[in-house]
Design a protein around this ligand. Structure first.
Ligand code: ATP
Ligand code: MG
Length: 594
């Protein structure tokens, strides 16, 4: 059964059972700044679970695009993707456990629907603890339907409990449905242990308690059901495949990568893994750029995640011999594959290709610069009897050219060299501490007064910093800043002299942001939060430390302590007066506002 047949059947089944089909939403949650992405079909429905009336009624069904960045480390295994689709059905104070479990069972096993043999299924049910009793009701319902006792597993909170979303609110036990892939697994195999034997395909959540501020659980009057079934995983098991990458939702992308690289999928586990990661990340990137929210690569929020995904795909590309730009073909295949289900991707095809191409070019430039330097160092490195690149040199490549340490390691390996990774990490940490100290000093020395002019110049520095990163690349970081009544001075790492065109472009961007009269807003948060949101900052190990973060519209976000204007229009006209060398690999700009 194809994924498209599965989507259709799921919707048809629940519509037959009185559900209204509702449209899936954007990957970027509306009105919820606390999370970056929609992670489940339930996400856009939270207000209705909390009690708001839904125009579609009390029984709903849909399919929803989801992104889980938390699963990124697992991507490449048989079942965890960054982007996936979730089929879901909901009861908003309508049916509860009995009808929900019966419908799930019928849909899964009936010959007319998915026709999965009962002996391939197992379920997990909440085991209960000091606060909430065991979910015997769900277990009994499964037994009645013919799931044998030894295929009903009672597990704790980590596996079989949902919510509340915040400190208080609806929550309850869930029951998860697993499919026996027939793989051998380990001695400890059971549903919930990822060893390849049991694949979780569906989860039914029963919201029956309202957690109170005092920590107690009050039974809810209006109980709700939320379920989520993964399209990719369920297609996999229905097609008798062992991995999501063997379904039609991935095979064309993999075939295209095989064609471009000349690598055959199936020949080497390491290269296969890279191909899987590339496929997953390209698909996620296509859906993000083609989303209703139109995410583009940037250094903030969703755009930052997108940038990281694209760059990670490109890094893995290199591992399978894809050194030049290669995203366009596989991305076009993703658009084709999903054009029927998500017509917006088709409409956004040009924008998707453009953004991917731009980001690819930007990263390639970074890599080229770094590689050139690496080649210069090489003769010396090869004379080193330890055949090891000192950490301080690897760090220099990273710091001056934005060269990822993973790429240095790759290049080293090609020349039979290793990298002193501990040394690199050490240099990295030392640098962070020092920059932090410098920063504090610059702040004290360089900004003695908080006059109107210095305040304006200080805010302009943020715009300049971001614009430099946009034009020259993300390796650009502040190396120093000094502000007087007359001018700002900004030092940053960049290997080459800026061209007149680059200078003009930076000026143009800064003035454009000034004219847009963007609001300047300060928030306080921990350094870890600032980092997760994609702020520019020098990140030490003290992630718990609370810092001030200045956000200029959607354009710049930077950890900073200085004085700022409230609206960028207060800055006036921005002009770069000088661009010169400051020290090796560090450039200096002097600029004014008037
Ligand atoms: P797992 O424990 O395998 O990570 P989960 O418990 O996190 O799954 P749920 O939050 O219950 O999954 O999501 C409901 C369904 O969505 C799952 O049963 C599965 O089919 C699908 N799903 C969840 N995470 C992913 C993912 N990263 N990639 C693909 N499908 C997923
Ligand atoms: Mg999970």
């Amino acid at each position: 059964m194809t994924a498209q047949e599965l989507r259709r059947k799921y919707i048809a089944f629940f519509v037959e059972h009185g559900h209204a089909e509702i449209a899936g939403k954007s990957l970027v949650p509306e009105n919820d700044p606390t999370v970056l992405f929609t992670t489940a079909g339930m996400h856009p429905l939270v207000p209705y679970i909390l009690g708001e009336e839904h125009p579609g009624g009390t029984r709903l069904v849909n399919y929803q695009k989801c992104i889980r960045t938390g699963d990124i480390e697992d991507v490449g295994d048989s079942s965890h993707l960054t982007f996936f689709e979730m089929l879901g059905n909901w009861s908003l104070g309508d049916y509860f456990k009995q009808e929900s479990i019966r419908m799930s069972f019928e849909f899964l096993t009936s010959p007319q629907w998915l026709n999965i043999p009962i002996d391939r299924l197992a379920v997990t049910v909440f085991a209960g603890d000091d606060e909430v009793p065991r979910d015997d009701e769900s277990a009994e319902l499964w037994r009645e339907l013919g799931i044998p006792e030894e295929r009903i597993y009672f597990l704790g909170r980590e596996d079989n409990w949902w919510g509340p979303a915040g400190q208080t609110g609806p929550c309850g036990p869930d029951t998860e449905i697993f499919y026996d892939t027939g793989m051998p697994g380990t001695a400890e195999s059971r549903p919930g242990i990822s060893d390849g034997k049991w694949m979780e395909i569906w989860n039914n959540v029963f919201m029956q308690y309202n957690k109170q501020a005092d920590g107690s659980y009050q039974p809810m009057e209006r109980k709700c059901v939320d379920t989520g079934m993964g399209v990719e995983r369920t297609s996999t098991v229905l097609q008798g495949k062992a991995s999501v990458y063997q379904t039609e939702l991935f095979t064309p992308v993999i075939a295209s990568l095989e064609g471009l690289s000349g690598v055959r999928y199936g020949d080497s586990e390491e290269r296969d893994n890279s191909i899987r990661i590339i496929s997953d990340h390209i698909k996620t990137a296509v859906f993000l750029i083609g989303d209703e929210a139109g995410v583009v690569p940037s250094n903030l929020g969703q755009g930052y995640v997108l940038r990281r995904l694209i760059r990670r795909a490109l890094r893995h590309g290199r591992k399978v011999g894809l050194e030049d730009a290669f995203l366009e073909k596989p991305a076009a295949i993703v658009v084709d594959m999903y054009a029927e289900v998500y017509p917006r991707l088709q409409q956004q095809r040009d924008a998707i290709m453009q953004e991917l191409g731009k980001e690819e070019e930007k990263f390639m430039r970074t890599l080229r610069n770094g590689e050139r330097e690496f080649q210069k160092m090489l003769p010396n490195l090869e004379r080193n009897p330890k055949r090891e690149i000192p950490g301080r040199l690897a760090f220099k490549l990273y710091d001056t050219y934005g060269f990822p340490i993973e790429v240095t390691e790759e290049l080293a390996a090609e020349h039979g060299l290793t990298v002193d990774r501990d040394g690199f990490d050490q240099a990295f940490r030392k640098h962070q501490e020092k920059s932090k100290m410098d920063d504090n000093q610059t702040f004290k020395g360089g900004l003695a007064d908080h006059s109107e002019m210095t305040t304006r110049l200080h805010t302009a520095t943020h715009l300049l910093h971001q614009a430099l990163r946009d034009v020259l690349g993300d390796h650009v970081h502040q190396k120093g800043s000094n502000i007087t009544q007359e001018r700002l001075r900004f030092d940053f790492n960049h290997p080459d002299k800026m061209t007149p065109e680059q200078i003009a472009e930076v000026e143009r961007i800064v003035n454009e942001k000034i004219q847009a009269d963007l609001p300047v807003v300060m928030e306080t948060m921990t350094l870890q939060e600032a980092r997760d949101k994609g702020s520019i900052a020098i990140f030490s190990d003290r992630y718990e430390e609370v810092v001030k973060v200045y956000r200029i519209g959607d354009y710049s976000m930077e950890v900073c302590g200085g004085p700022h204007v409230q609206h960028t229009a207060e800055l006036g006209n921005f002009k770069i007066k000088k661009e010169q060398s400051s020290s090796a690999g560090v450039r200096r700009i002097k600029a004014v506002v008037s």
